[in-house]
Design a protein around this ligand. Structure first.
Ligand SMILES: Nc1ncnc2c1ncn2[C@@H]1O[C@H](COP(=O)(O)OP(=O)(O)OP(=O)(O)O)[C@@H](O)[C@H]1O
Ligand SMILES: [Mg+2]
Length: 474
């Protein structure tokens, strides 16, 4: 039994664990009612029966004694009529007394309350004791009863026997138990109604919350639940609304970023095409023209007899070749600055700045990069930081109307920190066109390396592009 009881309880608990909250509450109420009610019924039954039996036993002895003393004179006077009347009135007046009879010294029944014949066997159930009072529990047609035998005049006149039924007191006990059961059922029904209402009151907003969660899960963030109360559920609903709101914002931002990225990729592809066209045009218009010209000049060289003319022609061809070389170098540098690969980031940026300073006399760029002067980084980091600086400077030159820009590059907390500052017109960052590739491209480059880039600009004061990227790629 012990071995099969525990798995059964475990199974019930497991089933109970999975049912709805309402069923759980109702189940617990019923369980609590039974847990309290059944022991109450059990103990009331036991206690009441014990008390009652004692009471009935004492009562049968008291009645027996009383009838014994009252019947002495009637027996001495042989007044059987009065004797029978005495016993019958006792049965009639006390509903618990079911019979009474008197036996003389010889054991013969001289009077009894049995009109329809004396029940066989009744004489034997309690013996015939002339010396002392004795009470026994017997079974009768009317249920369990207490039969008490009391000697009359110390046994000299015989004995009197009285039967006291337990029927009425049992009925009292049953009606008491019935009342308890009724109260239990009433209390359980009341508790079920109350707890169901509470469960409904608690569950309704939770069910609504769960539906709203599913909506959010399926991607529709436009949910705003009514906050009807200020308790924990109200707090939960408020927090849920806040969460849905921020998810909505995050989703909108994501969609916007996706669009920006798509735009960026399109623009990058277009820019690459443009770059190819430009290179092809440069090669065709400049380089190919130069080579064609050099070829013609070399062809003409064959027919020259004058050594001086030939020397001059060779000098011009050599100059032309130098120009052609410059064109090729420029194209190559615009594609990928070789110095970056050979000498590193700071050298490449410094060389780029020197070029700008040489070409534009009214504009000056300074660099402060002592911190990382001789340091080399991953080529990916170097080219991206180089491109960020290139784009920033190109923006300063094209848009800021500033005549000065300052670049700083340093190591801070193990990261490369960079800044490109100008003191020009500034601009409203929120208003820049979505088609502008430059700033978005810079941010993308910094983020691609695991860093970030921020643009701060104030009209009339200038612009500061600040970025950081890790020193090493993870
Ligand atoms: N340093 C600056 N000073 C003033 N305005 C600037 C500066 N940098 C950017 N801007 C403004 O921000 C806009 C966006 O710059 P962004 O580099 O993204 O695009 P762009 O330079 O216009 O085009 P491109 O895609 O060729 O770079 C510029 O058009 C300009 O109006
Ligand atoms: Mg730009």
């Amino acid at each position: 039994m012990r071995f099969s009881l525990f798995p059964a309880i475990a199974l019930i608990l497991k089933k109970f664990y999975n049912v709805s909250l309402r069923i759980k509450v109702i189940g617990l109420v019923i369980f609590a009612t039974l847990l309290l009610g059944l022991p109450v019924i059990y103990f009331v039954n036991i206690d009441f029966s014990r008390q009652n039996n004692m009471q009935l036993k004492l009562m049968s002895r008291a009645i027996g004694k009383q009838l014994s003393s009252q019947s002495v004179n009637y027996i001495l006077e042989d007044n059987f009529y009065a004797l029978a009347k005495l016993l019958k009135s006792s049965v009639k007046n006390d509903p618990d007394v079911i019979y009474a009879f008197i036996q003389n010294k010889k054991g013969e029944v001289i009077t009894s309350t049995f009109d329809g014949g004396f029940p066989a066997g009744l004489l034997k159930v309690n013996g015939f004791n002339l010396k002392s009072i004795s009470t026994v529990k017997i079974k009768t047609n009317e249920g369990i009863a207490y039969d008490t035998s009391v000697p009359i005049l110390n046994g000299r006149l015989g004995i009197i026997r009285v039967g006291i039924s337990t029927k009425r007191s049992n009925m009292l006990l049953y009606s008491l138990i019935k009342s308890i059961i009724f109260i239990m059922i009433f209390a359980a029904v009341l508790a079920i109604i109350l707890s169901s209402s509470i469960a409904w009151w608690v569950m309704t907003p939770i069910v609504k919350l769960s539906e709203a969660f599913n909506k959010v899960k399926s991607g529709s963030y436009d949910v705003n639940l009514d906050i009807k109360r200020d308790d924990e559920i109200g707090m939960l609903t408020r927090d849920f609304n806040k969460m849905a709101e921020s998810l909505k914002k995050a989703n909108e931002e994501r969609i916007e970023n996706d669009n920006l990225r798509k735009n960026f990729i399109n623009n990058v592809i277009n820019a690459q095409e443009e770059e190819r066209k430009r290179i092809a045009k440069d090669l065709h218009d400049q380089f190919a023209q130069m080579l064609a010209y050099i070829k013609i000049r070399i062809g003409l060289l064959k027919n020259l007899n004058n050594i001086e003319e030939a020397r001059e022609s060779v000098t011009q061809i050599s100059e032309e070749l130098t120009n052609a070389l410059d064109v090729v170098r420029n194209i190559a540098r615009s594609l990928m600055p070789g110095i970056l690969e050979e000498m590193g980031l700071v050298c490449a940026v410094s060389s780029y700045i020197d070029d700008i300073n040489k070409k534009s006399p009214n504009f000056k760029v300074d660099i402060d990069a002592d911190d990382i002067k001789n340091k080399r980084f991953n080529p990916n980091i170097e080219i991206n930081v180089y491109r960020i600086i290139q784009e920033s400077l190109s923006n300063v030159i094209l848009h800021s109307h500033s005549n000065y820009a300052k670049i700083t590059l340093e190591l801070r907390e193990g990261k490369i920190n960079g800044g490109i500052e100008d003191y020009g017109t500034g601009f409203n960052y929120g208003l820049i066109s979505k088609d502008s590739l430059g700033i978005f491209g810079m941010i993308e480059r910094a983020k691609l390396l695991g860093g970030d880039l921020k643009v701060e600009s104030k009209a009339g004061i200038g612009t500061l592009v600040n970025f950081w990227v890790p020193q090493e790629l993870g």
